[in-house]
Design a protein around this ligand. Structure first.
Ligand code: FCB
Length: 444
């Protein structure tokens, strides 16, 4: 199977999920530190205070990424390490130095750095003033982006503004299952709007500081299937798609918010200022797609903001986390995004699976299912490439087992197993397979 010669092969992580070192270098509190401290928020009662201790063990972790044979590495920068209170003062030297060393470490190992600016760890001090529901947070984000790109832009050329704005907005402010834990739909929509506008503001700041920068956002997108061919379910699927996918894809591609969804929102619709639509549509160089699973949608009058529900279908294959496994869904999604929006380039910025890994008596992690998942999804990437979707890279989620948000340490997504009691790392069978695939020893 041929992939383009300049294809980016990587793995992905995020700051709060792996770094730990929560008290070090003058780092401020993030909304996730705050959220984890509230009883009942995290399934196993843990937090990312230590996580993979990557803050101290990063050289070893970068060695692992290099040894996999990857040529790129996606990580995120913790905003509270750069501005403890999130404000508009001077950045923290220690924070900038940490990421500077980390990026040098990547370059020394032949890993192209792909930095995400916001992977959910907002400074708590900003949340205390309303967080993303306030326009001031967009200015603070732009200020933070400016500081980081001034210091690291000589070495980092690939920038992702936001990771999964849907999750920031709706998991965090409507469903209340992620930080900051609010349950208010109107707030969630306003948060969503400010996140999307700040994406445009940050894109301009990056371009001003980084010659040859390539910039994009990473969206969590889902291919949808209608539960039946009834007119009701088909219309419901269209509405569900409206808030899940088009609410993000349309404004980023210059079409403004989808009118059908806007009309349904009524008084809940966000407040939009004069230049916001143009800012959201700031041209980007690529679209990051995080793909995990498809959804089956049915009409559900009175249920949820779009009067839809996601149907549990017991006939499908699922990961340990219960997420449907559908490589074909990935092909469908990529083809759809390409046909409807024509982004210049697409990167799979996340894709992966969680299973309960157990050590064999002789100490190996034989994660056949994850390996199989990876193989089938790489075939799907190849299939999408063959029909003309401009995919330029694939980042596996994740390099390491890590802190999986509200699930704590109960979900393992890594190609590398982490024993959280000892912080020992061990390559799983899936990681070994990825390694031999990248060395072109094994086809997928
Ligand atoms: C995505 C997140 C990432 C990780 C994976 C499993 O939604 O971006 O941090 O938690 O899911």
């Amino acid at each position: 199977m041929d992939f383009p010669p300049d294809f980016r092969w990587g793995s992905s992580t995020s700051s709060y999920q792996i770094e730990g070192g929560a008290q070090e270098g003058g780092r401020g509190e993030s909304i996730w530190d705050h959220f984890c401290a509230e009883p009942g928020r995290i399934r196993d009662g843990t937090s990312g205070a230590v996580a993979c201790d990557h803050y101290h063990r990063w050289p070893q972790d970068l060695d692992l990424a290099r040894d996999l044979g990857t040529n790129a590495y996606r990580f995120s920068i913790a905003w509270p390490r750069i501005f403890a209170q999130g404000g508009t003062g001077a950045p923290l030297r220690n924070g900038l130095d940490f990421y500077s060393r980390l990026v040098d470490g990547m370059l020394e190992r032949g890993l192209e750095p792909w930095a995400t600016l916001y992977h959910w760890d907002l400074p708590q001090a900003l949340q205390a003033h309303g967080g993303w529901a306030q326009r001031a947070t967009m200015d603070a984000f732009t200020h933070y982006t400016d500081a980081v790109t001034r210091h690291l832009g000589d070495r980092i050329k690939h920038w992702i503004t936001h990771n999964e704005p849907w999750c920031t907005a709706f998991h965090g402010n409507y469903e209340g299952v992620h930080a900051p834990g609010l349950k208010d739909f109107k707030t969630a929509l306003q948060v969503c709007h400010h996140v999307l506008v700040s994406h445009g503001m940050a894109t301009a700041a990056i371009r001003a500081n980084v010659p040859q920068a390539r910039v994009g956002a990473a969206l969590s997108l889902h291919p949808l299937k209608s539960a039946s061919n009834s007119a009701q379910d088909l219309a419901a699927t269209r509405r569900h798609d409206g808030l899940r996918n088009r609410w993000f894809l349309d404004p980023l591609h210059g079409r403004g918010y989808p009118q059908d969804v806007w009309d349904l929102l009524g008084a809940q619709a966000p407040t939009v200022a004069a230049d916001d639509m143009a800012l959201m549509a700031t041209p980007t160089d690529f679209l990051g797609v995080n793909y995990y699973f498809p959804e089956i949608v049915a009409d559900a009058p009175g249920q949820g903001p779009m009067q839809t529900r996601v149907v549990d279908c017991d006939q499908v294959e699922r990961t340990g986390f219960g997420w449907e496994v559908s490589p074909q869904g990935m092909v469908d999604l990529l083809q759809r995004v390409h046909a409807d929006y024509q982004p210049r380039a697409i990167y799979l910025t996340e894709n992966g699976s969680s299973y309960d890994d157990v050590r064999t008596p002789d100490g190996r992690i034989e994660d056949h299912q994850r390996m199989h998942y990876l193989q089938r999804h790489l075939r799907a990437v190849h299939q999408a490439l063959q029909v003309g979707v401009p995919i330029q890279g694939y980042f596996a989620w994740s390099l390491l087992d890590n802190f999986e948000w509200a699930e704590g340490y109960l979900r393992r997504f890594g190609l590398v197993y982490v024993d959280f009691a000892t912080q020992q790392r061990q390559l799983k069978m899936s990681g070994q397979w990825y390694q031999s695939f990248l060395k072109e020893e094994t086809p997928c």
